[in-house]
Write a protein that binds this ligand. Structure first.
Ligand code: GDP
Length: 333
């Protein structure tokens, strides 16, 4: 036990000092599914939480091929060169299902990975979506304690994970492409409503004119949507991740967003709300697990389920019986 505590202290001290190996170790601990690792990770986080540097958390989504990795690499290098410390994290919902991942496995962003100011971590794999949520949020805390003041959190555009990432970032942007006629017809409306900026990528070469046209079309539609952030009009921009154009302008937009939000209080308010939502979602998840793992519940659930399906027992009565079992016979933890 003493040894374990010493370890944590040592990792924490090195991590705060900017040691990337210590940061990687901390994240491995956070991502571990072993019970004693979980305890250790919580100990570590308690230590790190007050040490987080002020940061901006940016979510980036877009369909595969939109240019997310190209964009993050170029944008990340730009920010590193400006003196920021940039951490890149990924949330890949496919990894929870298959154990593999669309985002994380590829050797990507090699130039950014080599930059002394950058830290890149692939998506935690395996486990539930709720597990990935917790692990990513805790990884954010570890990165911020290690001095990373820009967090880029990437996710593939498949709905569920976008909502999750929106719930953990300050600024959320959608990387889009030209010729997005269908998207403009409402397919992506839900995601557009989450975004603080829509960035039409690949605005280079022969594609520039079309990209500008697409940008105008998005802006017209955005005009009629509710803004994702109070007091902020979401707008569309163009960029070329490949040629690095439009990236500085985008950074100015993000800084403006932060300044405005800090002035009005919206920035802090959102973070507080996100903490609160995280708390309640973890409570719900723990409750659900405790319920379904309860030996008594496990024992009587199959027959109750059969009775419900046959029409012998009303659903609400079955649920009441289950809760009675759950509340009366506390299992030893
Ligand atoms: P991801 O799947 O969203 O991560 O997309 P990638 O970053 O892997 O990019 C997909 C393809 O689009 C790659 O072949 C990139 O080289 C290309 N690409 C990305 N950004 C640009 C850009 O700004 N302009 C052009 N012309 N190609 C780009």
């Amino acid at each position: 036990k003493d040894n374990a505590e010493l370890d944590i202290q040592e990792i924490a001290a090195k991590l705060v000092g900017g040691n990337r190996i210590a940061l990687s170790k901390a994240i491995t601990l956070i991502e571990s599914n072993a019970k004693d690792h979980y305890q250790k990770a919580q100990e570590l986080l308690t230590y790190l939480l007050p040490l987080a540097v002020p940061s901006i958390r940016i979510g980036i989504t877009g369909v595969p091929g939109a240019g997310k990795s190209t964009f993050i690499e170029a944008f990340g290098i730009l920010l590193c060169e400006m003196g920021y410390k940039v951490a890149v994290l990924a949330v890949d919902p496919s990894s929870t299902v298959t154990g593999g991942s669309i985002l994380g496995d590829k050797t990507r962003m090699e130039n950014l990975a080599r930059h002394p100011n950058a830290f890149i971590r692939p998506s935690p794999s395996g486990g539930t979506l709720g597990g990935v949520h917790r692990k990513t949020r805790e990884t954010v805390i570890a990165c911020e304690a290690a001095g990373y003041d820009v967090l880029l959190i990437e996710t593939v555009g498949v709905g569920q994970s976008e909502v999750m990432v929106r719930g953990m970032v300050d600024f959320f942007m959608l990387l889009a492409l030209t010729g997005a006629g269908d998207e403009l017809q409402g397919m992506k409306k839900g995601i557009m409503e989450l975004a603080d900026a829509i960035v039409i990528n690949k605005a280079d070469g022969e594609n520039v004119t079309l990209a500008r046209k697409t940008c105008r079309e998005y802006n017209q539609i955005l005009h009629f949507l509710l803004p994702a952030t109070k007091g902020w009009q979401t707008r569309a921009f163009t960029c070329s991740a490949l040629h690095g154009t439009g990236l500085e302008a985008l950074w100015s937009v993000i800084q403006k967003f932060k300044e405005k939000g800090e002035e009005s209080g919206v920035f802090t308010e959102r973070r507080h709300l996100q903490e609160k939502e995280w708390l309640y979602s973890m409570i719900r998840e723990k409750l659900e697990n405790a319920f379904f793992d309860h030996p008594g519940v496990k024992r009587i659930l199959p027959s109750l389920q059969a009775s419900v399906i046959k029409g012998d027992v009303p659903v609400s009565k079955a649920v009441d019986s289950l809760f009675q079992e759950f509340q009366q016979n506390k299992p030893e933890v």
